[in-house]
Design a protein around this ligand. Sequence first.
Ligand code: ATP
Ligand code: MG
Length: 563
Amino acid sequence: MIWVDGMEEDKKEIVLKNFIQKIIEDDISNGKNGGAVITRFPPEPNGYLHIGHAKSICLNFGIARQYGGRTNLRFDDTNPAKEENEYIDSIQEDVRWLGFDWGDKVCYASNYFDKMYELAVRLIKMGKAYVDDLSADEIREYRGTLTEPGKESPYRNRSVEENLDLFEKMKNGEFPDGSKTLRAKIDMASGNLNFRDPVMYRIVRASHPRQGNKWCIYPMYDWAHGLEDSIEGITHSICTLEFESHRPLYDWFLEQFEEMHHPQQIEFARLNLNYTVMSKRKLLKLVKENHVKGWDDPRMPTISGLRRRGYSPESIREFAAKIGVAKMDSIVDIALLEHCLREDLNQRALRRMVVLDPLKVIIDNYPEDQVEWLEGENNPEQENSGTRKIPFTRELYIEREDFMIDPPKKYFRLSPGKEIRLKHAYYITCVSYKTDENGNVTEVHCTYDPASKGGWTEDGRKVKGTSHWVSAKENLKVEVRLYDRLFTKENPDEDGDFLSCLNPDSFKVLENCLGEVSLKEAKAKNGEYYQFLRQGYFSLDYDSTADKLIFNRSVSLKDSWSK
Ligand code: ATP
Ligand code: MG
């Protein structure tokens, strides 16, 4: 487990150090890097961040904070064809919202393009890089496999002078896209395929969000990433496991330039979650093909989607702490993420009453025009959370499912002759009901016990059911949006076609819900979290207007996460 801000003091004591913390503590005690810890979070701005990125963010920023270091936010903007400023903005918003700070400047890989070019020229001069005319397909073909060595390119032995000339011409735009590459000259028979003359530059004419048309050659990840880390003085370059076999190449490139700082790459297992997809390519497809309403659709595993759904940054940080950091790939149950949200919101959400499917109740013995302003606590988990006023009147609404004419055994809600408690109000007993021609109940008549104000009686008689309710006279019409998993399969990719198991019932709108009047303030206090009694945790959706409040159900109350 890793310590992150927000974790309770007493939990810190028992937190076990993960393997990355151990490496860092060793480095500090050996005086490596002068004891400094500088990490980075290096997203490619080709989509919105998702919950997997949140794991990496909490890890990188959390660890630097723990050891008094710092973390760079660096855009790995080396592939202009897929990158956009919209993504750059959203990524900064998401990292900040998660509670992390990268100091006063954002880093961009593209700021180092000149330096990278200069180093590539040096590598050519050392005879360790060459311009190749093979096409991408041919390069793949020549590469060999894990069991067969690769074949050397016929262009591999060009002279240094020729390579310098061709590389400069590549940079100057004298060759068409894809016609040439710059490759490192290492070992086509290496057991590590990454060493088989990896491509360092390719020719792509694409306008870059920050560099415009200055460049038509762009560096490849393996070449660029270590240099970016080195230039920024990163001490520990933490990345996901699939880069493990790239580490020797990361090291090889840096070893060629003696004067350059050499960060240590450390790999950890990426986060996988069931019932969702996480690759940006797939998330982009969901957005582009309108399977969801955008990157911030509350069903998306994106940070912006989770935020809109009503997730708190604290709950996501706690989730990251709970899943921990390991070297083994695994799949985390999405129920754990939901569990973390419930635990957090239970402590902070304001309790409110909202009836999703209203059924009218008339209290026959209650004065016709009377309005009593009763009190309800905002949050029983928080002593100082205060109270709010709830109007009680003769006509009320309860949840339709809280009344049955002919109930089965063990049904403890309202039915003819039965008594229940109305939360924060009175005990009521059903005396009669009316139905329409189809047998649907249209209204329920009750009597109330005036001596049970506040929801308890002096004789101490017990009722098993407690219902939430709203006044029929003093209430607020609200829209409620309910969400379910976006996919019906635990592994949506099982058949290679994740779109085939989209859940057709993942989104439901309830337009005629009634809430207590205190919810009027929700708009002004945007960003508050609510628990609608017995219905779950909710937050106000951005689509709300002053006249129409819309609430998203963040998560239901029932916790299916079991240890
Ligand atoms: P995707 O495959 O979803 O497009 P990516 O790895 O291409 O993700 P980047 O923008 O390159 O996305 O990722 C930025 C950082 O976030 C990298 O350091 C990467 O290792 C990390 N990261 C991405 N996905 C996950 C994940 N599922 N779990 C943990 N870390 C992740
Ligand atoms: Mg990537």
